[in-house]
Unconditional design. Structure first.
Length: 320
């Protein structure tokens, strides 16, 4: 729980008048908040994670995968913090995103062998770190996904004998817990791009690490993070089909639409937490049962559930 305490204390410091690191977020057309709010909370999360990982090196070994992850995460954190400070061009950001993804691939974090596997993995990593950023638009949302997502990754790894993996993933989860103490609705601070993009990179990296070391297969992290992956991916596809400018800010993610329907931040984020817990729990259960027929049935069930949820949101909008 060291990372949780550190993250909470650092976040409280960042919202105080004594902090010189506070970066204010001014509401725009994408925002669901109306008042300027600090968005430097990601700095607190990343410092808490880094310090706790460093402490672990005195009691645990440093896995090789962590070296690749640390370098890639440092790149993303740096470019994203600069973006928070002075709003870099999308080209600069995506260039560094691509380099960070390539670093993980060089570290043998790929979904399957061959050139196609490397290319597919590269796109998956870049998409994951960007979608995490896209989904960080509601109080307590990205923090909750990080707490529960990395919590389930840690449990999945631990149950399959990956105690070191579980420790390092657990640090990320508990850091998010500390941050949520100040970010839960009504949020007093946001994590900003430095937090969301780096956590997205870590989500991709830890998923690939777990797959590479045989702790679980590809569908486990996909299901665990599906509340983020499905919303962001379906929204992107829908916007492309509608010939919208996908690089422009918007408020058409399903979670944003629920807030605008009158659910508000707290009700929407709590409903999303339920979805996250159900997705992670079912993924964990399938890992324990090792039943391929049941696995396919449950995965199909989740596809149908997400389709039904999307239809329900459309119906609610039509009734207004």
């Amino acid at each position: 729980m060291v990372s949780a305490v550190l993250a909470l204390l650092l976040t409280l410091w960042l919202i105080s008048d004594k902090s010189p690191l506070t970066i204010m977020d001014t509401p725009n057309e994408r925002s669901l908040h109306e008042q300027p709010t600090p968005r430097s909370g990601g700095v607190a999360i990343l410092i808490a994670i880094s310090v706790t990982w460093l402490i672990l090196t005195f009691t645990e070994s440093w896995p090789e995968a962590m070296s690749w992850i640390a370098v890639a995460a440092a790149l993303i954190a740096t470019i994203s913090l600069l973006d928070d400070l002075c709003e870099l061009s999308p080209l600069h950001r995506i260039l560094v995103h691509g380099i960070a993804a390539a670093i993980l691939i060089v570290g043998e974090m790929i979904l399957f062998d061959g050139w196609f596997g490397a290319i597919f993995t590269w796109f998956a990593i870049v998409w994951m770190l960007n979608l995490y950023n896209f989904m960080d638009g509601m109080d307590g949302f990205a923090g909750g996904m990080t707490l529960l997502g990395f919590g389930f990754l840690a449990l999945g790894g631990w149950l399959q004998g990956g105690s070191e993996y579980a420790l390092y993933a657990g640090v990320v989860a508990t850091a998010a817990l500390g941050f949520l103490g100040v970010n839960f609705p009504p949020a007093r601070i946001f994590m900003g791009d430095a937090g969301s993009a780096t956590l997205g990179l870590l989500a991709a990296a830890f998923s690939l690490w777990g797959i590479h070391d045989g702790f679980f297969v590809w569908w486990f992290p996909l299901l665990v993070f599906s509340p983020f992956v499905v919303d962001a991916t379906v929204t992107l596809i829908r916007r492309i089909m509608n010939k919208e400018r996908i690089w422009e800010a918007h408020r058409s993610h399903y979670y944003q639409r629920l807030v605008q329907l009158g659910w508000g931040h707290k009700k929407t984020v709590l409903a999303e937490y339920v979805l996250m817990v159900l997705a992670g729990s079912s993924a964990l259960l399938l890992v324990l049962l090792h039943n391929s027929v049941l696995t396919y049935a449950v995965l199909l069930g989740w596809v149908l559930l997400y389709i039904l949820l999307a239809i329900q949101v459309h119906r609610m909008e039509a009734q207004q």
